[in-house]
Ligand binder design. Structure first.
Ligand code: FAD
Length: 471
């Protein structure tokens, strides 16, 4: 019988115990399902997943001597049992991706496999450590980052699992799948596709490993540079992690070895790993509380009178608030599918604190637009900025976008790049975007105008409102 590998968000060969186990079962049949769960996700992240799938397929063909991934359209609980019946496989191997949506798909699949005497086997690899291994003194999941990070450092990351073999025997199947070359997982993305392609960082597991190595070489500049959107100091590994092109356990193992070998890099690597722990923390929170993307973690926030759909929200979505750093960030995301972390915080703070708009609307816009969309990181960070998360920035803390810009984009390099009209040096794509906006939308033409924007004062007033509301 063949080894059935259900590819989900683990587009890699190293530390992929699900794939390794399937290769041990027998000749490999690697399947990817284009299902409702995938198609309900944001277009930019689907577009990026398509790149991951292509890169994985090409690499798999090299290992098998020509056979790649079988891509089928439909629900796993219909497709996979049929494959089990046709091939006589006993079990299906999948790397776990513990979201509520995936849990529901897995449950339906288990129910459909049971009558066939077959099962679903879930493997690790998405996380540094099993959530059960990290519990507070009271035996409950951690709600605060610092003790969580301390416990994780003490426990250490789990050791990477098995790699897939260099030579893989493929299953001689005659199933007809969708052609990967012409596959379009983001048919609803009209504009913007060419832009994403133009600004895309190369996809694939090999690229992820190379990017990690290059980043570690310059990890010494990470602590001072990581907050500056005008400097290329961060790792850009988030898309790779979101698609499982590299596992966090592998990042941990490689980075730790490097820090031990080169003490000059150690402080930078420690800081970098503390960010990888933020990712881990967000997943442990999501597992403990699957409602994280939709419900405020702190109960008292559930009645908060957020603004809902307003014209101000549309302008925020269109990157036309008139506040230069906010618009620059939103335009970077629109054009590239990514946004610098510092600017994500500023943009989210503007929406929730100055515009008093429901964080879930911002979360949705990010989920629709980010190529590194990650359900846990997105939800935890939005709740953090809004003030309703477990270990959140308090509601009276407001990012002043002008001060943030003065501190982190002193020379305006970042804003010049993404805002048209400043001095004509913006990226051509940013200029084209600017020109496509309605002319009555007054967009920051000059970043020095920011300081006199009345709405900056509005932030303080809004905070006062929030304060009174909580009293
Ligand atoms: P680096 O600084 O090199 O960090 C290394 C890795 O650590 C990242 O690749 C990422 O996996 C993880 N990481 C870093 N910062 C955070 C953080 N604050 N929270 C969780 N993990 C982190 N990140 C996503 O991957 N997907 C999202 O959908 C996402 N949504 C966000 C929404 C908001 C409102 C905010 C404020 C942040 C969000 N982030 C999200 C976190 C962060 O902005 C990105 O992970 C980071 O900008 C990616 O760049 P990098 O890989 O160069 O990061």
């Amino acid at each position: 019988a063949p080894g059935l590998f259900w590819l989900s968000r683990d587009f890699r060969f190293a530390d992929n115990p699900a794939l390794a186990a399937a290769c041990t079962d027998g000749p490999l049949l690697a399947v990817f399902c284009v299902d409702d769960l995938l198609m309900s996700q944001g277009a930019a992240s689907r577009w990026r997943l398509e790149q991951a799938l292509r890169a994985f397929d090409a690499a798999l063909r090299k290992r098998t001597g020509g056979r790649g991934v079988l891509v089928l359209r439909g629900e796993p609980d219909r497709i996979l049992p049929a494959l089990v019946q046709n091939t006589g496989a006993q079990r299906i191997h999948q790397s776990d991706w513990p979201t509520a949506g995936m849990r529901a798909v897995q449950d339906r699949l288990r129910a459909a496999l049971a009558p066939l005497g077959a099962g679903l086997e879930l493997h690790g690899g998405h996380l540094l450590a099993h959530p059960a291994m990290l519990r507070s003194g009271a035996g409950t999941p951690y709600r605060v980052y610092t003790p969580f990070a301390r416990a994780l450092r003490q426990h250490g990351a789990d050791r990477p699992g098995r790699d897939a073999p260099a030579r893989i025997t493929p299953c001689a199947d005659d199933h007809q799948g969708l052609a990967i070359e012409t596959l379009d997982l983001a048919p609803d993305m009209h504009r913007g596709r060419a832009l994403l392609a133009k600004f895309a960082l190369p996809a694939g597991a090999q690229q992820a490993e190379a990017r990690l190595d290059t980043f570690l070489d310059q990890a010494a500049v990470y602590p001072a540079g990581r907050d500056h959107p005008d400097q290329p100091a961060t790792s850009n590994l988030s898309e790779h992690l979101a698609l499982g092109e590299i596992s966090p356990r592998r990042i941990w193992a490689i980075a730790s070895l490097r820090a031990a070998a080169e003490p000059a890099l150690a402080p930078g690597i420690t800081k970098f790993l503390s960010e990888v722990i933020w990712r881990e923390f967000s997943w442990h929170l999501l597992i403990a509380n699957p409602d994280l993307p939709t419900q405020p973690w702190r109960q008292e926030w559930s009645e908060f009178p957020w603004q809902q759909r307003t014209s101000a929200l549309s302008r925020w979505e269109q990157a036309a608030t008139g506040i230069s750093l906010v618009d620059a960030g939103l335009r970077e995301m629109r054009v590239t599918g990514r946004m610098h972390n510092r600017v994500r915080m500023v943009v989210a703070s503007w929406l929730t604190k100055h515009m008093m708009t429901d964080w879930r609307l911002g979360l949705q816009h990010f989920a629709d637009s980010l190529t590194d969309w990650d359900p846990a990181a997105n939800a935890m960070n939005w709740q953090w900025v809004a003030g309703c998360g477990p270990d959140a920035s308090p509601y009276f803390r407001i990012f002043n976008p002008v001060k943030q810009a003065e501190e982190f984009d002193k020379k305006g390099i970042y804003r010049r790049k993404w805002l048209a009209g400043f001095d004509g040096s913006a990226a051509p794509e940013a200029i084209a975007y600017h020109d496509s906006l309605p002319t009555d939308w007054h967009v920051a033409r000059h970043w020095r105008e920011d300081a006199s924007d009345e709405r900056l004062r509005g932030g303080r007033e809004a905070a006062l409102d929030a304060y009174n509301w909580f009293r």
